[in-house]
Design a protein around this ligand. Structure first.
Ligand code: CU
Length: 506
């Protein structure tokens, strides 16, 4: 649990930043991304990926960024089950990008992976048929070898998939009032106030991590909330770091959903870890009228090598503030004059059948490999000097792969049968990796031989694995050799360094 001392240390870090001529940021209003509901827009949503300039705090100069129809990040897209939504993504960047719908169950030809590059000046127009349970998903750039930098610069946004379940259950549902999107990230800044994308060998091993915590593109913001139940849609949009979340007063909150939708019942927790790519929805009770701060503990990198190995790689940012350090993320100020529609936290949410491992027709072993000392060429399109975000992928770096092989766009690694289920035994090497698959939702059967904790016991598409795990996957979406689905570590710098594979369904 986050201690008050931890939060104070974080607040002190913000003070140091202010003295260094950087941001204090504390107290800026939490930005709420625009909500684009497909039904309010005749079933068509048009995003523009473009460079911009964005202020991460009122006292910081505007920094060069990327965004989707925004200076940083993008609108929250609300899609409804049963609808076909005509998406379009225009690329106004000076290099190829893609837009991947992370968490959507759609065929691979509209998935937006690395095989679907949108060239500068071009517009991609996928039709998304939405047919899956209500959930919080997201979208982000996924171009071959440049994903880490493009997401770091801002190419990400949240998606809300709806089928009416939450409204029926009486859960908080007024967007921006008692239903808040929280996109959690960390960044480094240069002395001039620009985003600094450090991606040297050390970052390629640990992932690109920052000394500055932000939510919805704002440093240490404050949200006004009603004196009532409030639902928070948490998305870890960081390149690499895990957030270990809790409130400064230790209050209990309830996890109601993860990546693929609702849990069978709310799970009371005081501390929650969320890894890159994961989502959790929580309900927090502000009915007591007390303000609270949601913060994170430090995220030291631990692994098989222990403190003497990977541990020595944990470093400090250029300001001397620890990268991966603890700190406040977002404050909640209760405003009794804010009227929210009545909401409840039901004792039961959505029944889920226990996963049935006997359905699996195949067992596969998948290792998530890191060879830190090997070096070699890393991502092929990893940017470089002169690009927004600064230096990246210079020279050699660590090599990574899956089952002993680095990512190859022209090699198919897995070929499950469409409609079948398989058990994948996943073995993380050297450090915890958030394991993610496109085109499927899975159930966690075991982690280190034990059943998963209650909040991980529903449909997921991303799970942090520090120990071997068994996942039950069901492949419902068609994927072709021309446009295979990706399987990868969601530490974006690992993905760019080769920790990714491809599958087709046959
Ligand atoms: Cu990884």
């Amino acid at each position: 649990m986050l201690t008050r001392r931890g939060l104070l240390a974080g607040a002190g870090a913000l003070g140091v930043m202010a003295r260094a001529g950087r941001a204090s940021g504390a107290g800026a209003a939490l930005p709420i991304p625009e909500l684009w509901d497909a039904r309010d827009r005749a079933g068509a949503l048009g995003l523009v990926a473009a460079p911009g300039r964005h202020r991460f705090a009122p006292d910081l100069p505007a920094a060069a960024t990327y965004g989707y129809s925004a200076s940083f990040l993008g609108p929250v897209l609300r899609l409804h089950r049963g609808d076909a939504v005509q998406m379009s993504v225009e690329n106004r960047l000076d290099r190829p990008t893609t837009a991947h719908w992370h968490g959507l169950l759609v065929p691979s030809d509209v998935d937006g992976g690395p095989h679907q590059a949108i060239q500068p000046g071009e517009t991609w127009r996928p039709l998304l048929a939405v047919d899956q349970p209500e959930a919080t998903a997201w979208y982000h750039a996924h171009p071959h070898g440049d994903t880490g930098r493009q997401v770091y610069m801002g190419l990400a946004g949240m998606m809300i998939l709806e089928d009416g379940t939450g409204a029926e259950l009486g859960l908080p549902h007024a967007y921006g009032l008692n239903d808040l999107p929280l996109i959690l990230q960390d960044r480094l800044f240069t002395r001039a106030g620009e985003l600094e994308f450090r991606n040297f060998a050390r970052e390629r091993i640990l992932g690109t991590r920052g000394d500055t915590l932000m939510v919805n593109g704002a440093i240490s913001p404050a949200a006004r909330v009603p004196k009532a139940l409030v639902r928070l849609r948490l998305l870890n949009g960081a390149n690499a770091r895990n957030f270990h979340l809790s409130f400064d007063d230790g209050r209990i909150f309830h996890v109601i959903a993860s990546d693929g939708g609702y849990l069978p019942a709310p799970v009371p927790m005081a501390a929650l870890t969320i890894s890159p790519g994961e989502r959790f929805e929580i309900v927090v009770d502000f009915g007591d009228g007390r303000d609270a701060v949601l913060g994170t503990l430090a995220d030291p990198v631990e692994g098989e090598a222990g403190a003497g190995g990977m541990g020595v790689l944990s470093g400090h940012g250029p300001t001397g503030i620890p990268t991966n350090g603890p700190g406040p993320m977002v404050s909640f100020r209760v405003d009794p004059t804010l009227a929210a529609p009545p909401a409840a936290l039901p004792a039961r949410l959505v029944p889920i059948a226990a996963p049935d491992p006997t359905r699996a027709v195949l067992r596969r072993k998948v290792t998530l490999d890191m060879w830190p000392g090997l070096g070699g060429r890393t991502g092929t399109a990893g940017g470089g000097a002169g690009l927004p975000g600064g230096q990246s992928s210079r020279g050699s770096g660590p090599a990574m792969g899956m089952n002993g092989k680095r990512y190859d766009m022209h090699r198919i690694d897995f070929d499950p049968k469409l409609g079948s289920s398989e058990i994948w035994e996943v073995f993380p090497v050297l450090m915890p990796h958030p394991f993610h698959l496109h085109g499927t939702l899975f159930r966690v059967l075991s982690i280190d031989g034990a059943p998963p904790p209650a909040h991980l016991a529903a449909a997921k598409d991303t799970v942090l694995l520090g120990q071997p795990a068994e996942l039950l996957l069901t492949f419902t979406q068609p994927a072709t050799e021309a446009r295979p689905f990706m399987v990868h570590c969601h530490i974006l710098d690992h993905e760019d360094a080769g920790l990714m594979g491809q599958y087709v369904t046959s």
